[in-house]
Design a binder for this molecule. Structure first.
Ligand code: CA
Ligand code: CA
Length: 721
């Protein structure tokens, strides 16, 4: 049994996911963690810290080996590592909703303190792509920003939604690191510097990401799922009713390969095989786990896995020794295994008995009612599946449906569907009542997003009187745009918004793309170019026109800018288009964006005015306090009382103004997010270089407050005419 090699109990609470081990003097590993009331504590077990009188750090009154760093604001992320290689020691980085602090703990001084308008929800430190200096990369409101040690932002781009998690990993194996970004829109995006090279859609918010080795990485979702990806494909995942707070890759059984270590909200820590997800070690804390990190905390040249609980308990584990042969848990594991295997044996014996009885009955063929009873179906029974759009009726709204039917008089007793993100709990059981059993069944499916989804089906087929059923297992893929019904064009409802571009593809290939990504009726007969098709969204009734002219020019009309982006990205990957410039016009959306930009301006100026007012009031408070104290010293109680009454009023005003300032800031953040989203959407309408150019040019236009240029870039893809 693997036991901790050290246990500490610190008298400070630890914020979940905000722990880092760093050598802030270049030698001694220290643990830094965000704690309550906007503070960061640094635990240095190696020597007594000198009492310091400087601005940010002071000695903890609770423990001699802990110093405290005042951030004066709720900390939202924290990390440590080499930011300036010339220093020879690690930098501590602390992010809040408005600022990023790079702190030199050793010299007790700021490397930089930057305002970050989009907030810092997540942080990662390291090298990205070809950018030579290490970057502290933060993810906030739809934005990613990377700073070097001088505080210059050498990296900036936008992403689909609020960032929740970041990791650096050599995803494509070229020796340089890509940035993995997990966000609230359930997507994991892979950035090769500022270019998105892969996108994986999950079914919940991605709360943590960690590099494992090579192109393999671990992930955790807000619904209690943890798992491992290799490039774009998922190796395994498990789901718990607890929340996975922190994940970390560490080789705990000394076999040369990292396990995925997960710290859970119920205090459990487990280590799972990177290949199978099998638990090879577990331990329990009395309170929720806050973070899992690693470091040579005893300074003996061996790295420990370090787990921290929210109550300040720290345990360090050394990897298993050779004698343990990878057996990190006590014998109960073997007992568990024996129990599990004997259960399997029971099930197999039961199955065998069924087969034997069926075989006995089979010898008395031809097929009789009795055979049906036992679930024997004709050997040539086939199962057909078809996906289609049902245009609905007076009593039923239009919907996408899956039709399953058998090829003879057998009936479908039940259907089990496993599909991610479509059904609550990922699975769905259809179980017709005994009076409605038939040889075919129609199941409505409504995917909430335009992503292809695999439907894994188990279909129970037999006869009405059967007690046992034959199970067909098969997989059907729901195409990406399966919730769009082909409808007849109606010029009056044609959307005004459009994108326009030219691709060098024959019309037939475009038709192939259409039939692979939409559910077209079987009798459709699309002629050569020019042609147009019109779809209606089953979700909101919005129209989508796709028109192809003789010269290969394609126009897509839709008022949904995200849908236009999805269609373009789908075509780009189908036709392997590397670069695509697109002309775009979304008058309604652009008008809304214009209003948002005006609001951003307003909130900025309100912010400045409020800050000035607060500074005035603070000065007033200081002088009132001095005058009140003067009155007290002169025993002029009447004046003192009046001063304190005034002080009370000014203080009340100050508190009110603070509330207003908070609300103003929240509004500002919401609007800045909308602006970042708009830039990201404008980018998604293009592919390759034109896409990156649009994102960079939009940002420059916003920085120089050039709104007309911004809209020009969004429309034609470039600032120059
Ligand atoms: Ca790479
Ligand atoms: Ca291992």
């Amino acid at each position: 049994m693997l036991l901790p090699v050290f246990t500490l109990k610190l008298r400070h609470k630890i914020n979940p996911r905000m722990v880092a081990v760093g050598r802030y003097d270049g030698i001694h590993p220290c643990l830094a963690a965000a704690t309550q009331a906007g503070k960061v504590f640094i635990h240095n077990p190696h020597k007594r810290t000198q009492p310091v009188s400087a601005s940010r750090v002071w000695q903890s009154p609770l423990e001699s080996d802990v110093s405290l760093l005042n951030i004066n604001q709720a900390v939202s992320c924290l990390t440590a590592g080499v930011l300036n290689p010339e220093l020879g020691y690690d930098t501590l980085l602390v992010g809040t909703q408005t600022n990023l602090l790079a702190y030199d703990v050793y010299n007790n001084s700021d490397l930089f303190y930057r305002e970050v308008a989009d907030g810092a929800n997540a942080i990662v430190l390291g090298t990205l792509g070809d950018i030579s200096s290490p970057l502290a990369i933060i993810g906030g409101n739809c934005a990613l920003q990377g700073f070097d040690y001088k505080g210059n932002d050498l990296f900036w781009t936008v992403t689909g939604d609020n960032v929740q998690s970041l990791a650096l990993c050599d995803f494509d194996g070229d020796g340089k690191k890509e940035l993995l970004v997990g966000s609230e829109d359930f997507d994991i995006r892979v950035f090769k510097e500022d270019e998105i090279v892969a996108e994986m859609t999950e079914i919940e918010k991605i709360t943590s990401l960690c590099p494992m080795y090579g192109s393999r990485f671990g992930y955790a979702l807000s619904n209690g799922t943890v798992g491992v990806y290799d490039k774009t494909s998922r190796y395994w995942r498990i789901k718990s009713k607890n929340h996975a707070v922190s994940i970390h890759a560490f080789d705990l059984n000394s076999d040369g390969v990292c396990e995925l270590i997960t710290g859970w909200s119920n205090g459990k820590v487990d280590a799972r095989s990177d290949r199978t997800g099998e638990v090879i070690f577990k331990d329990n804390f009395p309170s929720a786990v806050a973070a899992v990190v690693e470091g040579d905390y005893r300074m003996d040249g061996r790295t420990q896995l370090i787990c921290c609980s929210v109550d300040g308990e720290i345990r360090g584990y050394l990897p298993g020794t050779a004698e343990m042969r990878g057996n990190l848990m006590d014998t109960s594991v073997e007992q568990d295994l024996i129990r599990e295997l004997s259960q399997k044996k029971q099930n197999l014996l039961l199955e065998l008995r069924n087969y034997e009885e069926n075989a006995k009955a089979d010898s008395s063929s031809p097929l009789s009612e009795a055979d049906g009873h036992r679930g024997i179906i004709p050997a040539n029974t086939k199962l057909h599946t078809a996906l289609s759009v049902n245009l609905g009726s007076e009593v039923q709204a239009a919907h996408t449906e899956l039709c399953i039917s058998t090829s003879n008089d057998t009936i479908i007793r039940a259907v089990l569907i496993f599909a991610e993100g479509i059904f609550l709990g990922e699975s769905h059981v259809v179980h017709p009542s005994i009076h409605n059993l038939s040889s075919s069944i129609r199941i409505p499916v409504s995917p909430p997003k335009d992503v292809p989804v695999d439907l894994h089906l188990k279909v129970f087929v037999g006869y009405r009187s059967s007690t046992q059923f034959h199970v067909f297992e098969l997989t059907r893929q729901l195409p990406r745009f399966s919730t769009y019904a082909l409808t007849s064009p109606d010029a009056a409802s044609e959307p005004l918004s459009y994108v326009n571009f030219v691709i060098a593809e024959r019309a037939q290939r475009v038709v192939m793309w259409l039939s692979q990504n939409f559910l077209l009726p079987e009798d459709i007969n699309i002629q050569n170019a020019p042609f147009q098709v019109c779809f209606t969204s089953l979700r909101n009734g919005g129209q989508l026109y796709i028109k192809i002219r003789l010269n290969g020019e394609i126009t897509i009309n839709t008022d949904d800018i995200d849908l236009a982006g999805d269609v373009i990205q789908s075509m780009a990957s189908y036709f392997a288009i590397e670069d695509l410039q697109v002309e775009a016009n979304f008058p309604i959306y652009f008008e809304e964006l214009r209003k948002v930009l005006v609001k951003v301006d307003e909130y900025h100026s309100v912010h400045q005015k409020l800050s000035a007012d607060m500074a005035d009031n603070s000065n007033l408070i200081r002088s009132l306090l001095v005058r009140a104290e003067d009155a007290r010293l002169m025993r002029d109680m009447k004046t003192m009382k009046r001063r304190y009454m005034e002080l009370y009023d000014v203080n009340k005003d100050l508190l009110n103004e603070y509330k207003i300032r908070c609300n103003n800031h929240t509004e500002l953040l919401g609007n800045l997010k909308a602006v970042n989203q708009a830039i990201q959407r404008a980018g998604r309408l293009r592919v390759g270089k034109p896409k990156n150019q649009v994102i960079t040019a939009c940002r420059d236009a916003i920085r120089s407050n050039n709104i007309n240029t911004l809209f020009r870039i969004m429309r034609v893809g470039t600032a120059s005419s």
